[in-house]
Design a protein around this ligand. Structure first.
Ligand SMILES: Nc1nc2c(c(=O)[nH]1)N[C@H]1C(S)=C(S)[C@@H](COP(=O)(O)O)O[C@H]1N2
Ligand SMILES: [Mo]
Length: 326
């Protein structure tokens, strides 16, 4: 099945084919009307937002990349995107984060940029939001566990931030450190992982335009269970590479030790590209279940190389043995 029609790597859905998408587009229009001229107010209400209530707020200023639609892929429904999650800081069941993440305190929030970089800085969330134009991008997210979703993210390419801070020539990798606060994240302190949850990318992977710094989904502020107030989305890699609730971005000359590699080195390598030809030691990666399509007769889909983004990212790995660098 053809998933992208252009070589920009985005999915371009046809709204008429798709019920959730149709509903979504209508709701987007509403959100757009409501947000019209209220960009500042929306930002302010984000900052002031009550930690428990998780109101659904329009994310100001996001341009949609949905128009010009020519291809079909159903967008996963909002309720599934926000109730079936991996966020171990809030529990290990898929339903735990939606239930528990309300305690996460997302304001004030700062992200430290440090390491091998000319302009290290502490960015307030408000300044990061304004650093570049927010865009809506529909990306697949494929979990190593064998399920996937299609999500309309909102954010901008991480490369925009990286260019601003001017990494040194010696910077070869980027480490992403996420929030680990025992007071607000009930499973931090358990032995499930060595906290904080850390991930890493090679510099060219981090600079690739598909790598998204996401602040929202479905045109709205990121729900806490999805990694508020900002997370990474690296669509050609397994979901666990996309760290949630980022607090530090560090440039380094050494391959970062990542949380999952540390926990189970024989199961999770540094690269973690979606590769249907390389099985997880305990299960196959050849196919996946699309969340929202469950039911007795729902077919599993064949997993695509690089999660379907091979045309965009394949050249990053030219000449590498992807069985060795899994
Ligand atoms: N901080 C943090 N980030 C994380 C995780 C986590 O447990 N903690 N889980 C990862 C995994 S395994 C996946 S599949 C995705 C899931 O993102 P979603 O729940 O928003 O779909 O987040 C990733 N980012
Ligand atoms: Mo995952």
């Amino acid at each position: 099945m053809l998933i992208t029609s252009r070589d920009d790597g985005y999915i371009h859905p046809v709204s008429s084919e798709i019920t959730p998408q149709g509903v979504y587009l209508q709701r987007r229009e509403l959100i757009r009307l409501m947000a019209g001229g209220l960009a500042g107010a929306a930002l302010a209400s984000w900052a002031a937002r009550d930690a428990r209530a998780q109101p659904r707020l329009a994310l100001a200023g996001a341009k949609s990349a949905v128009s010009g639609a020519t291809t079909v892929e159903k967008i996963t429904e909002y309720k599934d995107v926000t109730s079936y999650n991996n966020f171990y800081e809030f529990g290990m069941d898929k339903s735990d984060p939606a239930r528990n993440a309300h305690t996460l305190k997302t304001s004030p929030w700062t992200v430290a940029v440090e390491g091998l970089v000319k302009k290290p800085a502490n960015y307030a969330l408000e300044d990061l939001l304004k650093l570049s134009a927010q865009e809506e991008r529909i990306y697949r997210l494929r979990c190593v566990e064998g399920w996937s979703m299609v999500i309309p993210w909102v954010g901008y390419s991480l490369s925009e931030l990286i260019k601003k801070v001017e990494p040194l020539g010696s910077a070869k990798y980027v480490e992403f450190v996420t929030q680990a606060d025992r007071k607000t994240m009930p499973y931090v302190g358990t032995r499930v992982l060595d906290w904080p949850y850390v991930e890493g990318l090679r510099m060219d992977e981090a600079m690739h335009p598909l790598t998204l710094l996401a602040f929202g989904l479905y045109g709205e502020v990121l729900p806490k269970q999805n990694g508020a107030p900002l997370r990474l989305v690296v669509p050609w890699k397994y979901g666990f590479k996309s760290g949630k609730s980022l607090v530090k971005i560090r440039f380094t000359d050494k391959e970062p030790m990542t949380a999952w590699h540390q926990a189970a080195p024989q199961e999770y390598g540094f690269y973690s590209n979606v590769n249907p030809g390389v099985d997880h030691p305990r299960w196959s990666q050849a196919s996946e279940r699309r969340i929202g399509e469950d039911g007795l007769f729902a077919k599993r889909r064949k997993t695509l190389m690089f999660n379907g983004y091979e045309a965009q990212v394949g050249q990053l790995y030219a000449g590498m043995d992807l069985k060795k660098y899994y």
